[in-house]
Design a protein around this ligand. Sequence first.
Ligand code: ADP
Ligand code: MG
Length: 260
Amino acid sequence: MRQRSAEVIVIASQKGGVGKTTSTLNLGAALVEKGKKVLLVDMDPQANLTMGVGVDVGELTLSIAQSLTQECIPLTEIIRAIDLGMDLAPASIDLAMAELELGNALGRDQALMEALTPEIRQSYDYILIDTPPSLALLTINALVAGKWVLIPVQAHFYALKGMAHLMRLVRQIRGRLNKDLQILGVLTTFFDGRTQLSRQVLETLQEEHGEKVFRTVIKTTVRLAEAPITGVSILASAGNSDAAHAYRALAEEVIQRVQA
Ligand code: ADP
Ligand code: MG
């Protein structure tokens, strides 16, 4: 058995369409390529990550929803191996009901933390948790269960607004429920180096968040726009593309930061 417990990284932003799910999947694939053992956890009732790795959501009888609610099915019974050389705790639409049910439960913030038992944490090097585009209970559960927060930010005009809410939530959770929680980094996504706007957004991010901004940026590319249909990572479908190299570089930065 491994001595160390997994580094648990929560990919979060209350905005949708910023590349959370895409980054969870491809960062996971890049970590696997570097020999790491990875578990993906889908905490979004829309189940985009689950579908994105090729799981047929229609045929799922159990999802993470059943681990978080009164059914209390052990997460080990929910986790399955997927084709990408990692494991997945899948989501389904049941998660929306689970969130409502949790809302009235004792310890409602801690359900995921408890579901991710020490045994599970010791079985992986990295656990990546994808979250819905909100700062509600499912995201709070992820932030209580994790140690690191990775925040994707679109290099677009209004992208910077709203980050303050997430930062405040992280501080609140650190103060009350999870003192170990830290920002791992801010990831610039949908970057287009030809536009002044993209470069300005990156500059502003660097002014406001300094070293926390990853050196790696994820450019806008049709390869990632098409990726969800394929059920594989960009590293597998276009291993030599800019995007594949970017996610590899991100994985290196992530490994350095968690070790520092
Ligand atoms: P989120 O999980 O934050 O809602 P997604 O990862 O699902 O965001 O990305 C939103 C959409 O944008 C998806 O259709 C995805 O395939 C696409 N996408 C993600 N990253 C890129 C990128 N760098 N370039 C082009 N399209 C992208
Ligand atoms: Mg998503």
